[in-house]
Design a protein around this ligand. Structure first.
Ligand SMILES: [Zn+2]
Length: 256
């Protein structure tokens, strides 16, 4: 569930807390992550904390620690309170700790020498590549947007939100979009991501996402999760369909 805005918010809040600090130890509470703790020689100072797509990268002096939150993972800054349930890994610093909390245990933590994931351009960056890239794909536009090799950072919520704002039916072939529609889509992607960043992300009914200091995200989806509720623009009930194996929400009147 965490997408670009949630991951970027996590990095922005944690960066000043860990930058330049010595990572003293990794403690795996989940045995599945024990190999990670063994692979990393410690202590090492944190030289950078950055985001690539939906990945979180702790740049250490010798290695890269790469975290992907997947469905239900989050990173939390921890000082004194008891360790919360579902904590899988503790990154210990002299003045506190970063906790990897992950109830569904689908998130990943890896030690790498260099970042090796195959990712498309970042969704927050220059999107002028979309004009050419979309012409080459017969995939439904929503499915195309979710493929991280095409564009990095969008997930099920913000892809649906951007297509609604752009007035584009999620089932349309990517190659069928007119130049005007591509322009609208580029603006819509940036608009929803900036709105969501300002709101510090989206916390849904399942309440799993929190910022590292425990706040909920305030972004209110226009269509995502609103099946049967009236469209905020035209009042038509929002529909939910399956597309590429994912639940997809859209307004059948506003999106052509
Ligand atoms: Zn509508």
């Amino acid at each position: 569930m965490p997408e670009l805005p949630e991951v970027e918010t996590t990095v922005r809040i944690l960066r000043p807390k860990v930058l330049g600090m010595n990572l003293l130890a990794l403690q795996a509470l989940d045995p599945a992550l024990a190999p990670v703790a063994k692979l990393l020689p410690l202590p090492q100072p944190v030289q950078g904390l950055t985001r690539r797509g939906k990945y979180i990268l702790f740049q250490l002096s010798e290695k890269l620690l790469v975290v992907h939150l997947r469905m239900s993972g989050r990173l939390a800054w921890h000082e004194k309170e008891p360790i919360p349930d579902h904590t899988r890994l503790i990154l210990a610093f002299p003045h506190g700790a970063v906790l990897f909390i992950d109830p569904r245990r689908l998130g990943t933590v890896e030690v790498q020498d260099g970042f090796s994931e195959e990712l498309g351009p970042d969704a927050l960056g220059d999107l002028s590549f979309l004009e050419e890239a979309l012409k080459e794909s017969r995939a439904p536009i929503k499915v195309w947007l979710l493929d991280q090799r095409n564009i990095a950072g969008l997930g099920n919520i913000y892809a649906a939100e951007a297509l609604f704002l752009a007035g584009i039916d999620p089932r349309r072939r990517a190659s069928s979009l007119s130049p005007q529609e591509v322009s609208k889509l580029k603006a819509a992607i940036h608009q929803v991501l900036h709105e969501a960043l300002a709101a510090m992300g989206t916390t849904l009914f399942d309440k799993t996402y929190r910022t590292p200091v425990g706040e909920a995200g305030d972004y209110e989806p226009r269509v995502y999760g609103r099946e049967g509720l009236p469209c905020k623009v035209c009042g038509t009930p929002i529909e939910r369909i399956e597309l590429g194996g994912r639940g997809t929400y859209f307004c059948p009147h506003c999106q052509k």
